[in-house]
Design a protein around this ligand. Structure first.
Ligand code: MG
Length: 241
């Protein structure tokens, strides 16, 4: 299949998007966040998890809560929680490399993780040269998705209108924010494809895989978004709109 070239910036999540959900290092990061809260706040695991839920609800993330309530140093936090053996868990994925390489639009990683952690994942998967631009939590001033701050900064950085941006993410909440800002969005790993409609208002398209004979048919509205490997077809469709 030929490489598609469209005027689009794809902002692609990292954890549970570039690799199958639950099969990467994110569970270990999540565990480290529990440990960090337990240590900083002097509480047991159950209390730490309860506090995290409160912080996520009130501030958008555990880190934001710790910064506001405990004066947490975000650099120290990010270094500690992302201290996980990425390279032992993830291996080069030639199929991912082929799919991203064929997508043909400008791409950047867009992650709530730290810059160094994201770069390690991209390198372990063998796509660090393709996703060379990493818009990480540091660039978002530690304000995480799905809050709009990072999306707005990314659009400014890439000098892209909302309608020329595509957010690719395993989190429905993160995709919803993209739509609210007038960006395109695709949820990876579920049965629901989401994109802006022709008039710019958010709309939902139920995801369904193309039969091979349907692939590329003009006017087709069905998109397969079960894995990141399908991203070239999504970009091709948006390029036609
Ligand atoms: Mg994710």
């Amino acid at each position: 299949m030929e490489t598609v070239v469209v005027d689009l910036v794809a902002l692609i999540d990292v954890d549970d998007t570039l690799y199958p959900k639950g099969r990467g290092p994110f569970a270990l990061v999540n565990h480290n966040i529990d440990l960090y809260v337990m240590d900083m706040c002097g509480m047991d695991l159950d209390a730490a998890r309860s506090l995290r839920r409160t912080y996520i609800c009130s501030y958008g993330s555990t880190l934001q809560g710790l910064m506001h309530e405990h004066g947490c140093d975000p650099v120290h936090y990010l270094k500690k929680v992302h201290d996980v053996p990425v390279e032992e868990i993830l291996k080069p994925d030639p199929r991912l490399r082929e799919a991203l390489g064929r997508t043909g639009c400008r791409m950047a990683a867009f992650t709530n993780g730290s810059y160094e952690y994201a770069r390690r994942i991209l390198k372990a998967l063998g796509v660090d040269d393709i996703l060379a631009e990493v818009f990480s939590i540091e660039y978002m001033d530690f304000v995480p998705k799905p809050l709009s701050w990072g999306y707005l900064k990314a659009m400014h950085l890439f000098a892209a209108e909302p309608g020329r941006c595509l957010v690719v993410d395993d989190s429905e909440a993160n995709v919803r924010t993209a739509l609210e800002l007038g960006m395109h969005g695709v949820k990876v790993g579920g049965g629901l494809a989401v994109t802006t409609s022709m008039d710019g208002s958010p709309s939902l398209l139920e995801g369904a895989s193309h039969a091979p004979s349907d692939e590329g048919r003009a006017g087709s509205r069905s998109l397969s978004i079960s894995t990141i490997y399908e991203i070239p077809r999504v970009v091709e469709r948006l390029g036609c709109n």
